[in-house]
Structures are given as C-alpha cells and as structure tokens.
Write a protein that binds this ligand. Structure first.
Ligand SMILES: [Zn+2]
Ligand SMILES: [Zn+2]
Length: 243
C-alpha cells in the first residue's frame, strides 16, 4: 500500500511556537539557512513528533518554517507587506489571539516545549475528543489537561473526599446531583475538571485534590466547548447572568 507522503497542515501548537519566535525577531528576514530558523525548525519538529504527525521527510523543514514566519509578517501592521501571502485561516486566528500578548504566548510556548517529551508518551489519541474543543494553547496542552483530569486514582480520591465532607456528590457550579436525579444509575457519577490554567501544567507534577472541581457533564462541557476555555468563575458568572 502506498503511504501518503503529504505533509499535514500546521497545528496550533506549531504556529504558537513560530509566532513566539517571530515576535522576538520581527526585524529578521528569516533565511532558511540561518541558525535561528534551523533551531526553530528543530523545536517545531519535536512538537510535531509529540503530536504524532507524520508525513514526508520534509515534515517541518527550514523552508517551510521560514515561509510561516513570513506569513506572520503579512499580518504585522508594522510592515508594509504587499505581495506576502497571509497563509491560512489558523495563522490569522493565532495572530489575533496572541500578537499583542507576547508574554502570555511565551509562557504557553515554554510549557508546550517543556511537556513535549511527556506528551509523546501519553497514550491518548492525537485529536481531542468531540466533547473538548482544542484549547487556545494547543493540542498538547489540551491532551495533558484531559489526561490529568481523567486519572482514575485522583478522581476516586476526589469523590471520596467530597462524599465524606458533604454526604453526596453534586456539581460545584450548578449543584446538579446525578444520584438524586437518576437514582441508583447516577450514584457515584460526576466529572472532574482540572482548574489549573493549561499554560501552568507542568511535566512530572502530580495533581492535587485542590486542583480539581466536581462538575456535571453539562457544566464541564460548557467550559471546554469553545476557545478560550472558561475558568470555573467565568462559568459561574455565565450561569448567574442567565438566571
Ligand atoms: Zn453543573
Ligand atoms: Zn476539564
């Protein structure tokens, strides 16, 4: 069977890393043979690998990386960039989300690069579930968030601690109680959400009970349904507004 050697589209993670480099070096011409672009290409390739992306042996080469940087320049109001291609839609989105927040972006990128080797060993699918929209911070951090909050051991401890304290399990945002509503079938059912901002997740750190909140499936889904993900406080504000 012939293997497709077409390279996959750039992911949000890779674009975030490229944009961070662009903002640090926005005066540069980004020659593909320059050390800066070569180093950047290595970092991006590492992330592409952690994401499980496969393609031809040009999967993230210096020419492609240099072109992405110039695509970002086409969005940069500090440059007259007639004739430069603006790239695809995702580049525009990433630019609009982060170009004016270079420090926030740097933190996200540092965390992505830090967790690259962990994420590569986390045995979860490349694409996030349907019930979780990929975070603004990219797929690797989405995956790590999901992995952390679905750890069976810590979920068991969190539920046991809530049961001991309150005598029942209910959603910390809307108070929904699966057992009260669905009877025996709902007993013990509740989801956990990891409250740490994903840019602060770190490799090798264990989840503490205090990092988790118990949420019903609806509230949890509302947090993750669109970018940026909501904090629990923002979710509560949304609930209060409609009441
Ligand atoms: Zn709820
Ligand atoms: Zn969550």
């Amino acid at each position: 069977m012939a293997k497709s050697t077409r390279n996959p589209s750039w992911t949000r993670d890779e674009l975030l890393i490229a944009l961070d480099y662009y903002l640090d070096n926005s005066e540069d011409y980004f020659p593909p043979t320059g050390n800066g672009v070569l180093d950047l290409t290595r970092r991006i390739s590492q992330v592409a690998k952690a994401l499980g992306l496969t393609g031809s042996n040009t999967l993230r080469n210096a020419n492609g990386v240099s072109m992405k940087l110039l695509n970002f320049r086409a969005h940069d109001p500090n440059f007259a960039t007639k004739g430069l291609s603006r790239g695809n839609k995702l580049e525009e989105v990433v630019w609009s989300e982060y170009a004016d927040q270079p420090l926030v972006l740097k933190k996200v990128v540092t965390t992505i690069l830090d967790i690259t080797y962990v994420a590569a060993t986390v045995d979860t699918p490349v694409l996030p579930d349907d019930d979780m929209t990929e975070a603004r911070e990219g797929r690797l951090l989405t995956r790590l968030h999901r992995y952390r909050e679905r750890n069976a051991t810590i979920i068991k401890r969190k539920k046991a601690s809530a049961l001991k304290q309150y005598g029942h399990l209910c959603c910390e945002a809307c108070n929904f109680d699966f057992h009260a509503t669905y009877g025996d079938r709902g007993e013990g059912f509740i989801e956990c959400h990891h409250t740490k901002p994903v840019s602060e997740l770190a490799a090798g750190k264990t989840t503490k009970l205090g990092d988790l909140v118990l949420l019903c499936a609806n509230c949890h889904r509302m947090i993750h349904v669109a970018r940026p993900w909501l904090t629990v406080k923002e979710l509560l504000e949304a609930l209060a507004k409609k009441a």
